[in-house]
Design a protein around this ligand. Structure first.
Ligand code: NAD
Length: 537
């Protein structure tokens, strides 16, 4: 398929006809600033980069549009955004073809990871948003706070800057755009400069559904992302590398802008001797090589217990050997990333690692074969840093204890999988892991579950994607108290008198600051002090 057509907002009939009602989400530009694809170097003459100088105006229009959007009843917002599901599904083949072209993904992988879960995502949020945003009452003690009723509302943050990476350029943005818009925010979306067409496609799914300015796309690189933060947004939702995440955290800290940071990973799979070996081997091979390993939750370390190590490794090597280049495992997306992977592999081999399957391709090639490496020493970048490529290091351990200790020693802690038939023990081990997601006998796929929080700690960042926990980041609580008391004054209002002091300390004793007899005495004192207080003494 011609990628220009694929990225065009009107490529699907459904989208085009529904778009007639109101304008498409804008791609602001002071352009033309033609972009060059960093992956292939080709000139993207159908994608216009946004000038950093145009960003402030873009954020101002988003801010103006947001107030009106937040006033649209939640149900109506949900009805509009629910239409995105049909558009996504109707354009499944077009989306998969674009991702195949722009990122090198196998078509099946693109459809399974970047189209179908998004339909669930739209369903989940549009069906549950009214309930999730519903006001909740706060219980107030009627004696201490007579006539008062408190409620918590969840209000939108305002303008959300969404800055995303290239590895899942459709699914990752949608996981924030859908709930952020439903919550009443405006979103300025900056896709990765590596996948601008996928970014344009994501925005086109909302054509004609939103008032102008509610969803805008800023195309370009880090300078455009930085300008977005400088423009004074109300929340930055970032998914990307640790290095960029730290820069964004600093820029946001200077402006006191709240952030959600979803960063890198160094996931481990812990394979215990009582596992279903065939399932574990198949699951680990998929978890390591899906998306050519360019996945924050890619399995980048396997700790296998000694007792089954030989059989497990032999099976993993055999399964890896069956993977077909370009069919099961796509090409890597960027030459830069392929070079990082090659350097890490070379350094590990220099330190004694043994390549059991695959191996680095010719310099400059993006077709990095799935590679299994047997390794003992952990003091090498292949086990310390994020690899983000199709390499599976296998480490034999004495026990589950050792595997958990080694897993937790990483500065990353995103997801971990435990492979065992001993579920009770697995849950006990899961409680000791640092990672934000633990899967027992599976790996990584829970990023596709809209109701399940996706989150990490340490260098994996602190953001939360999906689930009501993510909604908590996209909104802020507003507490509203209503006082229907007929009293002319509150106990704690002026003037501060001796009787008020007596009330305060008698209350402290009555509420537990004294023993049984002390409390009885305090209650007697309270009655007398209240009476004096009412008389103004
Ligand atoms: P990256 O950090 O290079 O870029 C991410 C985004 O940040 C891009 O849009 C880029 O243009 C922008 N950017 C760069 N410099 C910026 C700056 N100074 N200010 C504002 N924006 C700036 O990351 P990448 O290479 O695109 O993505 C790969 C990384 O993403 C990996 O580390 C991977 O683990 C991580 N990732 C994490 C998750 C997760 O859920 N934790 C999911 C996917 C990817």
């Amino acid at each position: 398929m011609d990628s220009k057509t694929a990225a065009h907002p009107d490529a699907a009939g459904t989208a085009a006809s529904e778009a007639a009602a109101s304008p498409a989400p804008a791609t602001a530009s002071a352009g033309p600033f033609p972009m060059r694809n960093p992956a292939g170097g080709e000139l993207l003459d159908d994608v216009t980069a946004t000038a950093p100088s145009a960003i402030a105006a873009m954020v101002a229009s988003a801010r103006a549009a947001q107030a009106a959007w937040a006033a649209v009843p939640i149900r109506e917002r949900a009805e509009r955004i629910a239409k995105v599901k049909k558009r996504l599904l109707a354009r499944a083949e077009e989306i998969a073809a674009l991702l195949h072209h722009e990122c090198g993904k196998p078509i099946e992988e693109a459809a399974l990871a970047e189209v179908l879960p998004n339909a669930d995502l739209v369903d989940y949020w549009t069906v549950s948003i009214e309930e999730l945003l519903d006001e909740s009452p706060v219980d107030l003690d009627a004696l201490a706070y007579p006539g008062k009723v408190g409620r918590i509302r969840r209000d939108p943050r305002g303008v959300v800057a969404l800055i995303t990476p290239w590895n899942y350029p459709v699914a990752i943005p949608l996981r924030t755009i859908v709930p952020a818009l439903l919550a009443g925010n405006a979103v300025v979306f900056k896709p990765s400069e590596v996948t601008p067409r996928a970014g344009a496609l994501v925005a086109s799914l909302f054509d004609g559904l939103l008032p102008e300015g509610v969803l805008t796309v800023a195309q370009g690189g880090g300078d455009v992302g930085a300008a977005l933060i400088e423009a004074g947004v109300d929340l930055v939702v970032f998914t990307g590398s640790v290095a960029t995440g730290k820069k964004i955290a600093v820029a946001c800290a200077e402006r006191l802008i709240p952030t959600s940071l979803e960063l890198g990973g160094k996931d481990s799979a812990v394979v215990l001797s009582d596992c279903d070996l065939e399932r574990a081997a198949r699951g680990v091979v998929w978890g390591a090589f899906t998306n050519a390993g360019q996945n924050c939750a890619s399995i980048e370390r396997v700790y296998v217990e000694q007792a089954i190590a030989d059989r497990f490794i032999a099976r993993v090597v055999a399964l890896t050997g069956q993977l077909r280049a370009g069919v099961d495992v796509g090409a890597m997306t960027t030459a830069r990333q392929a070079e990082i992977v090659r350097r890490q592999l070379d350094a590990a081999v220099e330190r004694g690692a043994e390549i059991l399957a695959g191996g680095a391709p010719e310099a400059g090639s993006l077709a990095f074969p799935p590679t299994v490496v047997m390794i003992e020493r952990e003091d090498t970048p292949l086990l310390q840093d994020e690899t983000f490529g199709p390499i599976l290091p296998v480490i034999v351990v004495e026990s589950a204890e050792e595997a958990i200790a080694r897993t937790n020693a990483s500065r990353f802690a995103l997801t971990t999988s435990l492979w065992t038939r001993g579920y009770e023990r697995a849950h006990a081990l899961a409680r000791r892991l640092r990672s934000g997601v633990v899967t027992i006998n599976n790996h990584g796929f829970t990023g596709a579950l809209p109701a399940a929080p996706w989150t990490g700690t340490g260098d994996s960042g602190h953001g939360v994607t999906s689930s009501p926990h993510a909604l908590a980041e996209l909104t802020r609580p507003r507490f509203v108290l209503e006082d229907r008391s007929r009293a002319k004054s509150e106990l704690w209002w002026y003037p501060y008198t001796p009787s008020l002091r007596t009330v305060a300390f008698a209350m402290a004793r009555a509420r537990g600051g004294a023993g049984f007899f002390g409390r009885i005495g305090a209650l007697v004192e309270l009655v007398a002090a209240f009476a004096r207080r009412l008389l103004g003494r």
